[in-house]
Design a protein around this ligand. Sequence first.
Ligand code: FES
Length: 107
Amino acid sequence: MVKVTYIQPDGSETTVDAAAGESVMQAALNNSIPGIIAECGGSMACATCHVYVAEDWLDKTGKRSESEEDMLDCAASEMNETSRLSCQITLTAAHDGLRVHVPEEQV
Ligand code: FES
């Protein structure tokens, strides 16, 4: 299992057990994490799965692609250097303990 912590805009945190191979988005939906909507179901066509990766995890989550960045440009909350589409982060054992911040708005 891979533990992932979702931090809400008010600072409250929820840690879930996810499976390697799942995306950060799927793990959020499976555990009813507020603020991860994922309208397009993970096909990189909506930006309602936007998260801000905690800075000390950026090395492990890797860089976003150009097309991911284009979609993040349409996100409801402003994109910054830590922004990712959570459907594009596939969990591995190396992500155990990952922390992501849920934006204020997704739509
Ligand atoms: Fe739509 Fe991630 S779920 S872009």
